[in-house]
Design a protein around this ligand. Structure first.
Ligand SMILES: Nc1nc2c(ncn2[C@@H]2O[C@H](COP(=O)(O)OP(=O)(O)OP(=O)(O)O)[C@@H](O)[C@H]2O)c(=O)[nH]1
Length: 200
């Protein structure tokens, strides 16, 4: 199988941060996005950014910027669909997504997702970490997604589906377990950003 393409999910409204682009916030001498790019790029064939609005604000990153093809803010599945449409145009089979607000995700994200989805006709898996109450907590913005299911996803979104795990469960999606919950620490508020600055 060909190496997955990488898609960074940077859509959304960042209401808890007071609006704007969380990815462009400063972190450890760079930005949240530069941390995410540095982690994802070595694991995939090439990287694109899913974000809405004027792409000029990301010009310095020199990445393709993919807007949602669905009107309104309908959640991360819209970004996954934008990524799959882009990957189809590149002749790719799969994408791996990572969220722009999660700067410390595992450096073995892609190999573990590939392992978890081994043998599937259409590789589909989400990252997960151990959870005391539920056994595991899935991280719906970190996954491997097959281009072959993009029209199914488009139809599901048009029909009102918004919940990522509902769609992945419907398609036999698997999970890749990662031991460290802290790796998926995501920045939603100014307090989270201060905490991320102090981490690692
Ligand atoms: N493409 C796309 N991505 C989204 C959308 N809403 C959220 N996301 C992405 O989904 C992930 C989780 O986002 P959230 O933290 O739940 O939402 P947010 O808009 O970033 O922030 P809040 O408004 O504070 O909830 C992030 O990677 C976002 O970029 C959307 O409408 N479109």
């Amino acid at each position: 199988m060909k190496q997955p393409l990488g898609v960074i999910l940077a859509g959304g409204q960042a209401t808890r941060m007071g609006g704007g682009d969380k990815g462009l916030l400063p972190l450890k001498g760079g930005t949240l996005l530069s941390s995410v790019i540095a982690r994802l790029a070595p694991q995939v064939a090439t990287v694109a950014l899913n974000a809405n609005g004027d792409p000029v604000r990301f010009a310095h990153l020199d990445l393709p910027v993919l807007p949602d093809s669905i009107e309104g803010f309908v959640g991360p599945l819209a970004g996954v669909l934008a990524g799959l449409d882009w990957a189809a145009a590149q002749g790719a089979d799969t994408i791996v997504t990572a969220a722009a607000d999660t700067p410390f995700f595992p450096c073995d994200l892609v190999p573990q997702l590939l392992l978890a989805s081994e043998g599937m006709d259409h590789p589909l898996a989400l990252a997960a970490t151990p959870d005391a109450e539920r056994g595991k907590a899935r991280h719906p913005t970190f996954g491997i997604w097959p281009v072959a299911l993009r029209d199914d996803l488009r139809a599901a979104l048009a029909g009102g589906l918004r919940k990522v795990v509902l769609w992945t469960d419907q398609h036999g999606g698997r999970t890749a377990m990662f031991p460290d919950e802290a790796a998926f620490f995501n920045v939603n508020t100014p307090e989270d950003l201060a905490r991320a600055e102090a981490m690692q």
